[in-house]
Design a protein around this ligand. Structure first.
Ligand SMILES: Cc1cc2nc3c(=O)[nH]c(=O)nc-3n(C[C@H](O)[C@H](O)[C@H](O)COP(=O)(O)OP(=O)(O)OC[C@H]3O[C@@H](n4cnc5c(N)ncnc54)[C@H](O)[C@@H]3O)c2cc1C
Length: 378
């Protein structure tokens, strides 16, 4: 139903076969053990996925938002956890630096992130500042040729495995006086805080980051001091469109699994797929997933053509996050008691899908953004 270009179609089939071979077989194990599929993650470098939106001079693939969303959907169908880590690396870190960093910073950091030699993450959220991201309290004070960062970030995807973080900190007195810093895990005063244990997305490591008078060289300030609110918002928009690909992937995996199961499972002497109430769930699932794809890929296409309206990401994420959770819950219902058991993947899909309604801004915050646009306040 969606028209992709030749390059996009090739990307879709390449990523699908990579995900089937390298992600899907490990998805259950990393969920159970709270592991990380590092080998597959690093293998996405040579495949051109880790710098999918970056220019070729840094090793990137020079593709756009649509391409990144296709990658998220195909990877997400096989293992949502690894895909969340991929999103944090390729969009929250690499795309952010590619859009906002200086040529010297890009030359220094992007090539290693794009080959997969280094892993990236992004620290915005704090214990006291989630939806109210501009309320962050981490402070950066300039002292000679360094900035001294003090504060704690929480819920940071890739925290335990990343080498480089894009970090937002307050550098002035007003709410909008926020600056961006590139922080390496080896910088003095940086340490990992608590590792966090999650309900879903358990194969994507999450932790706190602690900045205890962390010394960041002045050359690692991204852009100008007190000028990062625009970076933050711009990157959140592409993050919300591309993360919607993960919801589409989870819904697609649920549909495929439920459809096969419903045709194989017999009760009352017939496959349960012959019962109209089961058919209704399957039909709804397919329709909602396809509606989500139409919305998200239209938003991705608009983004690639230069549209930067914040409601593109908000509508995509709101619709697909709710859709994926409902699809996974319906998948469990179609499998009955087996759906509730860990021997089938649908209960994992449900736990993974729920994050989509929270991360990158909650459903409620998406509605606030959409309503602001409708009311002319954006
Ligand atoms: C697994 C996971 C990975 C994450 N990865 C990262 C990461 O890599 N980097 C990063 O910086 N952050 C990350 N986050 C943080 C994520 O973006 C925040 O959790 C999210 O923005 C919500 O913030 P909060 O959890 O503090 O909830 P709160 O902001 O405390 O919200 C609590 C409730 O209040 C509601 N609420 C808040 N404000 C409003 C409002 N104005 N109107 C209506 N309702 C409102 C919310 O919708 C929610 O229901 C991650 C989170 C999770 C769970």
């Amino acid at each position: 139903m969606i028209e992709f270009s030749g390059d996009e179609t090739l990307l879709q089939s390449t990523v699908r076969s990579f995900a089937e071979k390298s992600l899907k077989p490990k998805a259950e194990e990393i969920d159970k053990l709270e592991g990380f599929n590092e080998a597959a993650f690093r293998a996405m470098g040579p495949l051109g996925l880790l710098g999918i939106t970056a220019k070729s001079e840094y090793g990137g693939s020079e593709m756009g938002c649509i391409a990144a969303t296709i990658a998220m959907e195909e990877l997400g169908r096989a293992c949502a956890s690894t895909t969340l880590s991929y999103l944090a690396h390729s969009i929250l870190c690499v795309n952010n630096l590619h859009e906002n960093a200086s040529p010297e910073q890009k030359k220094r950091y992007l090539p290693k992130l794009i080959t997969g030699e280094c892993i990236g993450g992004m620290g915005m959220t704090e214990p006291g500042a989630g939806s109210d991201a501009l309320g962050l309290a981490t402070k950066a004070v300039k002292k000679g040729n360094k900035y001294i960062l003090t504060g704690t970030k929480t819920f940071i995807t890739n925290g335990p495995v990343a080498d480089v973080f894009v970090v937002y900190a307050r550098t002035g007195a007003t709410k909008k006086d926020i600056s961006t810093f590139i922080v390496e895990k080896t910088f003095p005063g940086f340490r990992l805080g608590k590792r966090l244990h999650k309900m879903g997305m358990r194969g994507s490591p999450t932790s706190e980051l602690v900045f205890d008078e962390c010394e960041v060289p002045v050359e690692n300030l991204v852009g100008e001091e007190n000028d990062s609110v625009a970076h933050m918002m711009k990157n959140l928009n592409i993050e919300r469109i591309t993360i919607s690909g993960i919801s589409l992937g989870i819904a697609g995996a649920t549909l495929d699994y439920s459809l096969t199961y419903a045709q194989e499972r017999t009760q009352f002497g017939k496959p349960i797929a012959s019962f109209q109430m089961v058919q209704e769930r399957l039909a709804e699932m397919a329709t909602q997933r396809d509606a989500g794809r139409a919305l998200v890929y239209a938003a991705g296409r608009a983004y690639d053509k230069g549209n930067r309206e914040m409601d593109l990401g908000a509508k995509s994420k709101l619709f697909t996050a709710k859709m994926a959770t409902v699809a996974a819950l319906d998948g469990i219902q179609i499998l009955g008691g087996y759906g509730y058991m860990k021997e089938h993947p649908v209960e994992r899909y449900m736990r993974d899908a729920k994050l989509m309604e929270i991360g990158a801004g909650t459903n409620e915050v998406m509605r606030v953004i959409i309503a602001k646009k409708l009311l002319g306040e954006a």
